[in-house]
Design a binder for this molecule. Structure first.
Ligand SMILES: C[S@@+](CC[C@H](N)C(=O)[O-])C[C@H]1O[C@@H](n2cnc3c(N)ncnc32)[C@H](O)[C@@H]1O
Length: 369
């Protein structure tokens, strides 16, 4: 007897199995990322790095946590491949766990190019707001940025920090006329939507005579930025203020050689007004550099990982946060080049060009005129 296979039914079954498998893996991945959040929050990885391999009782004592929970977290981390176990066959009380140095770089070294510990802070922020999202999806309201919590500020800042600290000087080496502008005697730059300030600090370090004004509408971010600039020893050249970019006109001094908007234009409720205000503060030959998401030119589905990354945050964070203001263009994270061009023209800029900066996540636009 021969069996006929219906290709359409086989295809349906294949898709069903693939999705079920994908969701199961996502569930494991999400819960494991949350366990990384806990390890960071309670300084458990730091305790293992500083004190060396530990048993459950030693970690409990070092980190000041309950011993049974210490055992659970250590076993889970080892099973997930995040920690190594020195003696798998030993009993639970004497088994020692070690944080591999390569994993310490990723989890703990915020300046390391491989740093990815910040990804776990997104889970903390999501936990702050998730149960409010169904309500706003019904009502159409937004969720104010401060309500995403300290974990949100840290997640954004530490995700971008290694790029600013390690790569920023190289980005501008690819654009010599901009580099010369920033190196000029007495040059000043404006960093719009600066968050907790790593871009402003990195600009000041890359260009030793540059003075940088960082502005952000989020008060907690600016307080942290001021602390970090002092700690980095650049507070004499880097100032921070709480200002909405769309209201900059009233507060700004003007004469900037360049203004930067790093991954913040898509978050603004009134981006055209913000660009207009920034344009009015530029020196005669000043430029605005917008670094925003390197999404496709047009909507495509299914999307690649960059597209997925951006939509993964847009639905619960960037879009609701920008809709907390009224009016709002309600851009969402996936800011496409045609929209940047449209906003740039509406703000009065005569030219827009995409700069030859090699970046995995961002496209760099130069607005002038
Ligand atoms: C994704 S974060 C990027 C922060 C920083 N530039 C970085 O790359 O790490 C976006 C920032 O834009 C700020 N922001 C949003 N709307 C703003 C506005 N209208 N004026 C000033 N800052 C704004 C937010 O408070 C937030 O700090």
């Amino acid at each position: 007897m021969t069996t006929t296979i219906d290709p359409a039914a086989a295809d349906e079954a294949g898709r069903r199995d693939a999705l079920a498998d994908r969701l199961l893996k996502s569930m494991i991945g999400s819960a494991e990322l949350a366990s990384v959040w806990l390890g960071l929050r309670l300084h458990l990885y730091e305790a293992l790095r500083k004190g060396g391999p530990a048993t459950m009782a030693e970690l409990s004592a070092r980190a000041g946590i309950d011993a049974r929970y210490a055992r659970e977290w250590l076993e889970q981390q080892a099973v997930a491949g995040l920690l190594d176990v020195e003696d798998v066959a030993a009993d639970a009380g004497t088994r020692r766990y070690r944080l591999p140095e390569a994993h310490a770089d990723v989890l703990l070294d915020a300046d390391n190019p491989a740093h990815a510990g910040a990804t776990a802070y997104w889970i903390g922020s999501l936990a702050e707001v998730l149960h409010r999202v169904p309500g706003i999806y019904r009502s159409g309201e937004g969720l104010p940025y401060p309500e995403y919590g300290a974990d949100c500020r840290l997640a954004i800042a530490n995700f971008n920090r290694p790029m600013f600290v390690n790569d920023l000087a190289g980005w501008f080496a690819a654009v010599p006329e901009l580099e010369a502008r920033l190196e000029a005697e007495g040059a000043r730059a404006l960093d719009v939507g600066c968050g907790i300030g790593w871009s402003s600090i990195s600009l000041a370090k890359a260009f030793p005579s540059l003075r940088v004004d960082g502005i952000d509408s989020d008060e907690a971010s600016i307080t942290e930025a001021q602390r970090l600039a002092a700690e980095a020893g650049v507070a004499d050249r880097v100032r921070f203020r709480v200002v909405d970019a769309a209201e900059l006109g009233a507060a700004g001094e003007g004469g900037y050689a360049a203004a930067f908007i790093f991954e913040a234009l898509h978050d603004m409720a009134r981006p055209v007004e913000a660009l207009e205000a920034v344009r009015a503060l530029l020196a005669a030959d000043g430029v605005v550099i917008v670094a925003d998401e390197k999404v496709a030119e047009t909507f495509t589905a299914p999307g690649d990982e960059v597209e997925r990354l951006n939509f993964a945050f847009s639905w619960w964070h960037c879009l609701p946060a920008s809709r907390a203001e009224t009016p709002s263009v309600a851009s969402g994270t996936a800011l496409r080049p045609a929209t940047v061009r449209e906003w740039s023209e509406a703000a009065g800029f005569a030219s827009l060009r995409v700069l030859p900066v090699d970046h995995l996540f961002w496209r760099f636009y130069q607005l002038a005129g």
